[in-house]
Write a protein that binds this ligand. Structure first.
Ligand code: AMP
Ligand code: MG
Length: 515
């Protein structure tokens, strides 16, 4: 099973008409396309489909400025044509990347950019290389049966979640723009507004990119890809005698940190396929993701995840599984002469994942609890709090803010989150004793907790409401939500309802990769 709906629908409306803008009307973007330059044979140069009436619906002005691009110049008709894929700017080298991937455990040797293009790379103001990539820009040689398109709801969903994650300080790809194409695209429930997401990432290298070439036995290409990845993301290990093993370690540690951060905020990615596992350690692909309300490791939102493979509590072992697939692609690089020895060494590194994950998670949990010292009972203390929350349907996000209120001296709000507060009281006695092991004052501790525990997360009912309105032309709820989520740790006046869990009648929330 894959997460690729929209694989066969016909497109309603005109597919291509000419419009009177040219490359000369576009802002000058100083592209520097290392992927196109260094990795010939890893992609297919390709152009996007001209949209009939492109219009930039939302532009991320803060991100544009980070990239050194002038926001006003990105909303013109010519820029709308560019951001929907129909007009390639000077210096761009648009291409469809080849990649493979394990989807829900089954291997697809050829996925690739079936409805996306890498437009090019720019060096941002901080000197970092960033990809500008278009999702929904039309069919490519990798489209298989798909229509190559994306629709507005999922495009805005990805925009919103990327911004929310960024504000939560979690590594993520981000949206630069959401552009309407002006055509209706057929999806399961009828026609929907077509749209293209311009996505910025520190790269689009995936575990699946390595798998594509490894599956074809092309060791030379895997090595070139690994060298490129090292040069781009980990230049300090370029001269390391064991650089491929070191590459694996780096990716493992970034992913351990990432998945731990997801866990700490209650994020369920929903489609942790190896083609959605980035070498950079950024969160990528916001198709069916969601944040959980009540703490429960079994939480699953995706309609197609029938067996809970990608459930909240399963994310760490799944990441280890994905990294094992990555390790397999590196065997011939780690020891070209002796694959047994390479496997032995890589296995040690793969097996180190759970401990690394736990270190990251516990460091984060200590911060959430306002603790500084690393003491032996901390893991049990954290786990026991979450076990109580799980047993009593306690809201994950509200729990930690209410704990800070408790640290300030008022126990009522946190007790109110437990159906049987006695269980919380028993835990709280231990917490109070543990706090006494440190010098931090209550106020300082509570403030430190508030700096890492969000008040506002993209709650499902709010996201749902914002996207439903956007699809019928009302962007107000979306804009409002994105503004609130930009400051997740700061109480905002009038934003009280954004901190509340879904009302009881909202029911069980299901996400679709209806992209
Ligand atoms: P995703 O579910 O977005 O991670 O996509 C998985 C794979 O399916 C990638 O190779 C995508 O390019 C491809 N894909 C998803 N939707 C479409 C579509 N509408 N048209 C063509 N390819 C698609
Ligand atoms: Mg994907």
């Amino acid at each position: 099973m894959t997460c690729t709906p929209g694989m066969n629908p016909a497109t309603a409306g005109p597919t291509s008409i000419l419009f009177g803008v040219t490359m000369l009307d576009l802002p000058a973007i100083p592209f520097d396309n290392s992927y196109a330059r260094d990795l010939e044979g890893f992609y297919i140069p390709w152009g996007g489909t001209k949209a009939p009436a492109p219009e930039v619906l939302r532009l991320n002005t803060a991100l544009a400025s980070e990239l050194g691009l002038e926001a006003a110049a990105l909303t013109t008709p010519a820029s709308a044509a560019m951001l929907s894929g129909g007009l390639a700017p000077k210096g761009a080298a648009p291409l469809a990347m080849a990649y493979a991937g394990h989807q829900f455990g089954g291997f697809s040797p050829q996925l690739g950019d079936g409805r996306a293009l890498l437009l090019g790379e720019v060096i941002d103001r901080a000197g970092r290389r960033r990809d500008i990539h278009l999702k929904g820009s039309g069919r490519t040689p990798f489209s298989r049966g798909g229509d190559g398109k994306a629709v507005l709801g999922p495009v805005l969903r990805e925009y919103l979640f990327g911004e929310a994650m960024h504000a939560l300080k979690i590594p993520t790809t981000r949206a630069l723009a959401a552009t309407l194409t002006g055509e209706a695209v057929m999806r399961q429930n009828g026609p929907e507004p077509g749209a293209v997401l311009a996505r910025v990432a520190s790269s689009h290298l995936r575990v699946g990119t390595f798998q594509f070439f490894a599956a074809r036995g092309d060791v030379d290409k895997v090595r070139r890809l690994a060298d490129y990845a090292i040069g781009r993301h980990f230049p300090d290990i370029a001269d390391h005698p064991d650089r491929y093993l070191e590459l694996f370690r780096r990716v493992r540690d970034l992913q351990a940190a990432l998945v731990a951060q997801w866990a700490l905020v209650g994020f369920v990615h929903g489609v942790m396929n190896t083609d959605n596992t980035a070498i950079s350690g950024e969160t990528i692909d916001y198709g069916p993701c969601a944040f959980m309300d009540a703490h429960d490791p079994k939480t699953v939102f995706s309609s197609i995840d029938q067996f809970g493979r990608y459930a909240y509590g399963n994310q760490p072992p799944i990441m280890q599984w994905n990294l094992t697939r990555f390790a397999e692609t590196l065997i011939d690089l780690v020891d070209p002469e002796d694959s047994e020895e390479a496997i032995r060494r890589l296995t040690i590194e793969v097996n180190a994942f759970p401990a690394q994950y736990q270190r990251e998670w516990l460091t984060g949990m200590r911060a959430k609890l306002g603790l500084v010292k690393d003491l032996p009972g901390d893991l049990d203390l954290a786990n026991d709090l979450l076990a109580a929350a799980e047993a009593q349907g306690t809201d994950h996000t509200r729990l930690f803010r209410a704990l800070a209120v408790f640290v300030r001296g008022n126990v009522a709000p946190v007790r109110a989150l437990f159906s049987d507060p006695a269980r919380f009281d028993a835990w709280a006695d231990r917490f109070v004793r543990r706090m006494a092991e440190e010098e931090t004052g209550d106020l300082g501790r509570a403030e430190a907790m508030d700096r890492v525990n969000p008040i506002y997360i993209p709650r499902n009912h709010l996201v749902d409401e914002a996207l439903k309105a956007a699809v019928v032309g009302d962007m107000e709820p979306f804009d409002r939500l994105i503004r609130v989520l930009a400051l997740p740790f700061t109480p905002q006046q009038g934003a009280e309802r954004y901190a509340e869990p879904a009302p009881a009648d909202f029911g069980r929330f299901v996400t679709y990769c209806g992209t």
